[in-house]
Design a protein. Structure first.
Length: 174
């Protein structure tokens, strides 16, 4: 668990969903984190508004420190978007739904604050918000409180530029 920055584990994973690569150990990234990154990466392909940015060469960077707290961000070498990272008190053993919502919110905040990109946008130009509901990570409309889709299923896999959202189920968000 040693690298040049001290005791931490580091993984890189492309936004295209390829398997995470350990950078300094043979330790596998926990499945909840890999699944969360793949889900958010999928949803990043649709419903962005604002500055046109190519995120295809951005790479997820996940770091776990000696207290098992996670930092997530993009190591954006060669990409149009800048590198960024966000650390909170989310641990490597956090539940999958919480991990997914935290990653989605972190990316959403970063895109709005530094890249001038609103994502994801619902019809009517409102940003959707991530939330855990009934043990699932979902996108919901903040005005109507309707659940639009589970995170990772926002756009149809066969047509990421589709103008129609792909809701799995309409729930009411408290």
């Amino acid at each position: 668990m040693h690298d040049s920055d001290g005791d931490r584990l580091v993984w890189h994973m492309s936004l295209n969903g390829a398997a995470p690569e350990p950078r300094n150990s043979g330790v596998a990234l926990p499945a909840a984190w890999g699944d969360a990154l793949r889900a958010v990466s999928h949803d990043l392909r649709c419903y962005r508004q604002g500055r046109a940015v190519d995120i295809s060469r951005a790479v997820w960077e996940i770091t776990v420190d000696e207290e098992y707290v996670v930092t997530v961000g993009w190591a954006a070498s060669g990409s149009e978007v800048g590198a960024w990272s966000r650390r909170d008190m989310v641990t490597i053993s956090a539940p999958a739904d919480e991990v997914t919502v935290w990653v989605a919110r972190s990316v959403q905040d970063e895109l709005v604050e530094h890249e001038f990109v609103q994502w994801p946008i619902a019809q009517g130009a409102r940003m959707l918000a991530p939330k855990v509901l009934e043990g699932r990570a979902i996108w919901f409309d903040t005005r109507t409180h309707a659940v639009i889709a589970e995170i990772g299923r926002l756009c149809r896999p066969t047509d990421p530029q589709s103008e129609q959202l792909a809701p799995e189920r309409h729930w009411s968000v408290p």
